[in-house]
Design a protein around this ligand. Structure first.
Ligand code: DX5
Ligand code: ZN
Length: 217
């Protein structure tokens, strides 16, 4: 099974984003957290900034939209060339329509669920998505504690994905460190977002290697 490590630039120095990005060139994708201060009580940046980040990033972008109204906003991130675009299940009544639109534009289509959101309604429509993000903290802020109680959702997803032979990525986001990544990997995750554990390290590149090793152990 291939493992992906996607550092979250939420934990990077926003004023020196280009050097932060060059320190993580061994990452698979760069995780970019878009927040609108409505869906979550925090605000980051929008399409213009993401487009610029993409221009200077050594690796493709994994965009995580913590915003209302993904019907309106998500396609723009696919159009600017993001590799994957993930929107929240709680933010839309038409997740399949949003995902189809993202795929039509050429992005991997991801759906995210908060810790309190059930995964069962999505198990039968997994083929509509290329990625499912199980949030392992409440979305909105970096540096929070990993919630192991979200792991049963990954087990259900990995079983359902195995049944249909889907190549869907199972992603976790929040509190991922060398201590927790193995728990998520064991439960079935293959794609790991890590913010503070990567950018707080003296050598972010080395930290990515250590996480990769801990996930495969
Ligand atoms: C939280 C964001 C995360 C955040 C993770 O809402 O979606 O991507 O950056 O940060 P850490 O790894 O510090 O928990
Ligand atoms: Zn995120």
């Amino acid at each position: 099974m291939s493992i992906r490590i996607n550092p979250s630039i939420l934990a990077a120095d926003f004023v020196n984003i280009e050097s932060a990005l060059s320190s993580i060139s061994s990452a698979d994708l760069v995780h970019v957290d878009v927040m609108d201060n409505h869906f979550v009580p925090n605000l980051t940046f929008g399409p213009q900034m993401v487009e610029r980040i993409q221009q200077v990033s050594p690796v493709p972008l994994d965009v995580h939209l913590m915003i209302d109204d993904p019907e309106r906003w998500a396609p723009g991130y696919a159009e600017l060339g993001a590799y994957s675009v993930t929107f929240h299940a709680e933010a839309t009544d038409s997740p399949v329509a949003v995902a189809r639109r993202l795929r039509d534009i050429g992005a991997r289509a991801g759906i995210a669920v908060k810790p309190g959101t059930a995964i069962e309604p999505y198990l039968d429509i997994l083929d509509e998505f290329d990625l499912v993000l199980v949030m392992t903290v409440e979305p909105g802020f970096g540096g929070q504690k990993f919630m192991p109680e979200t792991m049963p959702k990954l087990r259900m997803l990995s079983e359902a994905a195995g049944r249909v032979g889907s190549d869907i990525w199972l992603q976790v986001d929040g509190g991922i460190s060398e201590d927790t990544i193995g728990i998520a990997a064991e439960a079935g995750a293959d794609t790991f977002v890590a913010g503070s554990s990567v950018f707080a390290a003296d050598n972010p590149g080395l930290q990515i290697d250590l996480l990769r090793r801990a996930a495969s152990a």
